[in-house]
Structures are given as structure tokens and as C-alpha cells.
Design a protein around this ligand. Sequence first.
Ligand code: HGY
Ligand code: MN
Ligand code: MN
Length: 405
Amino acid sequence: MQTVSSVLDAISDIGRDTARGGYSRGVHTPAERSLREWFAAEAHARGLAVETDRNGILWAWWDATASRDGALVTGSHLDSVPGGGAYDGPLGVASALAAVDLLRERGVTPQRSLAVTVFPEEEGSRFGVSCLGSRLLTGSIDPDAVRALTDDDGTTFAEASARAGIDPAHLGRDEEAVRRIGDFVELHVEQGRGLIDLDSAIAVGSTMLGHGRWRLSISGQGNHAGTTLMADRADPMIAAAQVVLAVRKLASEQDGARATVGRLTPVPGGTNVIASRVDLWLDVRHEDDAVKAALLERIHGQAQRISAFEGCRATLTEESTSGTVHFDGALRRTLGNSLARSFPGAPTLPTGAGHDAGILAAVAPTAMLFVRNPTGISHSPEEFVEREDADAGAVALADVLEDLL
Ligand code: HGY
Ligand code: MN
Ligand code: MN
């Protein structure tokens, strides 16, 4: 078996972000295109048949039976957040390739086909909607709305898809792909401290926290920084600053909630210009969907009051939302039994992060494996996985796949 780290080493220079640190690998950018080419070459080298489906999802097939329906599917994503780490996504893809090597070395003869998959735009960093590829596949998002999504430069997802050789007219629910997914297992770097605190290299996922993203646009009066008296201003930046603090306060007052403003864009964004508008994005998460909705309402109400007081107006637009997912019980037990061989006592762990496995749970049994991240930090260049833990992850995934094949 090629070590997972050596598989990852091959892409360690693709998409480096020298300004932010880490990696910026947006969907249908040159960096992501290089990563797709790398994946196809690695899959071909393993005798896997590579296809790109109507939604731009990559499938590398070990065709063990005449039909691909009801196959065992594993994989993850290769795109990143801006300035992201090296493992969020790629670890799952590299571990799946290494697990294929192990299955071959063990002489496993699958009783059903196996596919290694790469889902595009899992982070939603370029077009704003997380898990865009898996949402399209399952039909849980309107293809017309997706085609119209734009990036910061105004490029639509339809244009970016067409340039990547994917016909935007065909985006949407893919019945053939849904039929092919018998079970889906995703290995992913852990993005918190759970496995550090549990002192375990591997865990089985139990639940995925419900989350959503909203854009809050606060409009005021753009004006000159030097000629506009302080008392004469309707400055959306002042409102936005108060909203950011209100988000933290309201989320801190709600048990189990997490809310973040990680992105804020003044328009036009000049040093000597009072902004005419400020766009900020909310990321709100809670295990109870009703509690999440109520918290969002409180944030929206506070944003409107603050904006009105500052002579501004606030409008909220939902960009994506997902309910809390409980991974398939039977599949989870199978994973637990498979891990007992090499990882006795492997714990189960909830994840606060979103994953394609959570979206695919709507159409097939899905489960996740997590691999220890000794920094407990993710969506940052500090995200890390020790070489031996990365290889342990591939062994764990191979054990699971062997029992499911
Ligand atoms: O945002 C998330 O939780 C995931 O990393 N897309
Ligand atoms: Mn992520
Ligand atoms: Mn991820």
C-alpha cells in the first residue's frame, strides 16, 4: 500500500494560497482542475474506470459485477475553504485510494462494485452553497437556482461548469447515480478535539450537526469620509459591527448553538468611503432544527433593530440549510464491528462539520469514519494528521469496505 501521506504529498503544492496561507481550491478553478486530473491519474493507475457525471462528480469504479447499481461508494471532496488545511476532503479521497490498494493486497474479491467518488464544491467557497455536488445529485436543490449562483467575480455556476466541460443544462437529480449508491462511507479528518480527548486515532461518526448559511445585506448611505459629519451618517459598517457582536451574544445565550460571521464585505470598500452597503454571512448551527430557526429569527430581529437605529436597512437571504443527520444505525454497527479487529474500542463521535455524507443520507445509508487531528484545528493551515494516523485511517477504511463488499 502506498502510504496515505505519500498519496497526499503528490498534491501538496496544488492550490497553495501564499496570501492567506494554506490552500484555496475553489470548484472549477485551475487548482481544482489539477486535483481532478491527479485523482483520475491515481485511479487509472489502480485500474479503476473514471467517469464524470452530469453534476461534475468524479466516480472511479472497481467494476466487480455486471451492474453498478447498489454499489459500495466511498470518497469525499478536494475543494477547500479559502486558506484551508491539507486534509479536509483530500484525506478521505487519498485514504479511499490507499484502501483500494489494501483490498487488492488482501486478495479481496468484491461481491458488488466499489466506487471512489469526489464531490465538487463541498465547501461552497466559490458559489456559496455547501455540498453543492451532492445536493444536485440527490435533487435537494433547484438546478435553475444553482445555474444562476455567482462567484465574487460575477461568473455563474453555469458558466464555470460549461468551461469545465460539464453541460449546465443537465445539472440536477441523477436517478442513475442515486441507484448506484447502495451504501456510502466517508472518511474525514476530525475537525475538533474529540479524538484528542478520547485518545483514539479513529472514530465512527454518530451525528452531523444541522447548519445553515444566510447572507445579511445592510444598506445605508454611501458617502465621502471627509465631508460627511458624524451626525449625518447612515453607515452600514457601524450597524454591521453591532450585528457581529449581537450574533456572538445571542448564540452564546443558546445552549449548544454555534454562530459565526466569517465573511464581511463592504461595498464599494474604499478607505476614504463610507460604505453604501455591507454584506455579511451568517453560519448558524444547532442539533435541533427548530432551535436553530428560532435563534436565526432572534439574530434577524436584532439586525433589523440595529440597522433601523443606524438609519440603515437589513435584508436576510438564506443560501443553504441542512438538518441534523443521524447516520444509519445498521451501517454504524457494521463499521463498529469491522473496526473491532484492528481498532478495538474505537469510539463514536458527533461532528459539528457538514459533509456530503450528510446530504447523501437522504438517498442511501451513509456512515463516516474520523481520523485524529492533533491540533484540533480545521479550516486553517494548522489542520494536521500524523502520518501513522493517516495510515491507520486507510486500514480502518479497508477493514470496513472489505466487510461491506
Ligand atoms: O462547513 C462545514 O462544516 C464543512 O466543512 N463544509
Ligand atoms: Mn470543511
Ligand atoms: Mn470536508
